[in-house]
Design a protein around this ligand. Structure first.
Ligand code: KG4
Ligand code: ZN
Length: 333
């Protein structure tokens, strides 16, 4: 029997979940809307808001799971990667909470947890599988051999896919985070209205920096000729950018699947909420006879349920850390 409380605070969501014998019984997420006006997450503000939110979010999670803190068996937390000040709030709270209740501590890698979110509900992928993890800070193709053995076989050399969405949105005067808004406008536009060149990157790696710059120049040039270009073509620009990002992501994923001879394919991370990527993956699955695993929306973007499920498997494995544990803004995969 195990009841695990998990804390996620690596970026701008304060989240606490409870996992009771492998089942998620609470997953409370407090979003920080304060960053919307700044075009990106302000680390200092994120830490402050985590400080304000952490106690009420813990209390709500205990209420939702209908348990008392005395019934807990362990405390799991995101050790990294993420914003140091933001992580520090969750890590410090986890340590004090575990010390006060005399509970063991479990450290979780945020990127592993995005992948292990696939083990919250059915159907669950079979090992080994490939997971395209696409978030605001990462773009990785991961060969997942077991709950604890994972290997990055391809990754971005510069910007992440989520950044490409968010920075394009900023150019289009949309608020942060722009990914979901681009998705919404894309549904109303023509994906073939504008063409953007694919980055030419070797192996299974990605690059989105040049792609982002090409969009910047494209918009500037069009605006010179037509002052209302963005407003008049917003849906078509969003649809075309999204179509290009999805095509770039899936090209390398297909290459990886062929190279490793794997047909169990998953996506994870915030950008896996994107409707274009979800549809594109389904299409690839039909073409290539893949079994695909797409997370439920609430487990795509940052949440503590994924930390709790990762913590649960570590608990079963007896993998605990001491009170000297510290947050890591860059954490080894
Ligand atoms: O995994 P996540 O919540 O946080 C990180 O660990 O980075 O991912 C956040 C990223 C942001 O860049 C956001 O714009 C993007 O996920 N995102 C989306 C969508 N929903 C979230 N991008 C495209 N389409 C979406 N529907
Ligand atoms: Zn994340």
């Amino acid at each position: 029997m195990s009841v695990i409380l998990a804390i996620e605070s690596s970026c701008d969501e304060t989240s606490v979940a409870i996992c009771n014998n492998g089942k998620i019984t609470a997953n409370v997420i407090a979003n920080q809307t304060i960053h919307e006006n700044y075009g990106g997450v302000i680390p200092e503000l994120a830490s402050r808001v985590h400080q304000q939110n952490i106690v009420p979010v813990i209390q709500q999670a205990l209420i939702d799971a209908n348990i008392d803190k005395k019934e807990l068996d362990a405390v799991a937390f995101t050790q990294g990667p993420g914003l140091l000040g933001a992580l520090l709030v969750g890590v410090s709270f986890a340590k004090s909470f575990a010390l006060a209740l005399d509970l063991p501590l479990i450290s979780v890698n945020h990127m592993h947890a995005h992948i292990l979110a696939h083990f919250i509900d059915d159907p669950k992928p079979e090992f080994p599988f490939l997971c395209l993890t696409v978030s605001g800070g990462h773009t990785q193709i991961v060969l997942v051999k077991s709950y604890f053995e994972m290997e990055i076989v391809g990754e971005t050399l510069d910007d992440a896919a989520g950044e490409a969405f968010d920075k394009t949105a900023k150019l289009l005067n949309l608020p942060y985070p722009g990914g979901p808004l681009i998705d919404r406008h894309a549904k109303l536009g023509n994906p073939l209205a504008f063409k953007f060149a694919d980055p030419q990157i070797k192996d299974l790696d990605y690059s989105f920096s040049g792609f982002k710059t090409s969009i910047l120049y494209f918009i500037r040039n069009q605006e010179k000729e037509q002052s209302n270009f963005i407003a008049d073509h917003l849906n078509d620009i969003c649809a075309s950018v999204q179509h290009s990002i999805v095509r770039i992501l899936l090209q390398k994923l297909k290459k990886a699947a062929a190279q490793y001879g794997i047909r169990e394919i998953a996506i994870a991370g915030g950008v896996s909420a994107n409707s274009g990527l979800r549809e594109g993956l389904q299409k690839a699955a039909e073409e290539l006879n893949w079994n695909v695993y797409i997370p439920a929306f609430q487990y795509c973007t940052d949440n503590a349920a994924m930390i709790a499920i990762a913590g649960y498997h570590k608990f079963l494995n007896g993998d605990f850390v001491g009170q000297d544990v510290a947050p890591l803004s860059r954490m080894e995969f």
